[in-house]
Design a protein. Structure first.
Length: 243
């Protein structure tokens, strides 16, 4: 996401940032859940101020150090107060990214992740009614462990690992009804992504009709912004292409 926030002038960049901030504020007011994924406890300072080091600037320009657990929890409390003011009903789910920052070395990556994990523990213990921790980090690093669950770079989780973590997440946070509904949605999405050998055949037309029927059945179950509309639009597009 951060790679999308760029511009060739300061004014255009500020306009982009302001637009994203306004959209975020609007969503915060209407959302029930906010996911916060912590990636690293390293922070970069320039002239005494913390900055985002994602602009390929020379490392010599910055002072780099670990945030302390107290610094992280203090900043969270400020954020939490702001969120509560905007939306008192909001719930927060914390995770630590299992993606290793190998450029920092494995030893320092472990130290960095440990700080984040302890910070999450303190925060979730303090705000037990509104903040939960989901162990995505532990599931990949400690449960799956093996490199067959990683992508070719041996850093990011592969599809099999993502599916496993998603299943654990579903079991932890979703009701049986929601899990069942998600399975139906996934079934429809798989059907829409299927490439037919004979797209103009009667058999394929009946297949698309069955998908339309499944989407219709979900209308009373799914209360989400545009998901079913997007599936229906994709289905209509396929029908037009196959005429």
């Amino acid at each position: 996401f951060h790679s999308q926030i760029y511009a060739h002038s300061k004014n255009v960049l500020l306009e982009k940032v302001e637009a994203i901030q306004n959209e975020t504020k609007a969503r915060i007011h209407e959302t029930n859940f906010l996911f916060l994924t912590l990636g690293t406890s390293y922070v970069y300072f320039l002239n005494g101020k913390s900055v985002a080091n994602c602009h390929k600037m020379p490392l010599k320009n910055f002072t780099k150090r670990f945030l302390t657990i107290e610094e992280i929890t203090t900043q969270f409390e400020k954020l939490y107060a702001t969120l509560q003011k905007a939306n008192p009903e909001i719930n927060i789910i914390l995770t630590v990214s299992p993606v290793r920052h190998t450029k920092d070395t494995l030893e320092l990556n472990s130290a960095s992740k440990s700080i984040l994990r302890l910070a999450c523990h303190h925060i979730s213990e303090k705000h037990q009614k509104a903040v939960a921790y989901f162990p995505a980090y532990e599931l990949l690093i400690d449960d799956l462990r093996d490199y067959r669950f990683y992508a070719e770079d041996l850093i990011h989780p592969n599809f099999q690992a993502e599916e496993y973590i998603w299943e654990k997440f579903s079991d932890m946070f979703f009701s049986e009804s929601t899990i069942s509904t998600n399975h139906h949605i996934e079934e429809i999405e798989r059907g829409l992504s299927h490439r037919a050998f004979h797209p103009t055949s009667e058999e394929h037309r009946l297949f698309l009709d069955s998908l339309a029927s499944k989407i219709k059945k979900l209308e009373n179950k799914v209360k989400t912004t545009g998901l079913l509309e997007k599936l229906a639009l994709k289905l209509d597009t396929q029908r037009l292409e196959n005429k």
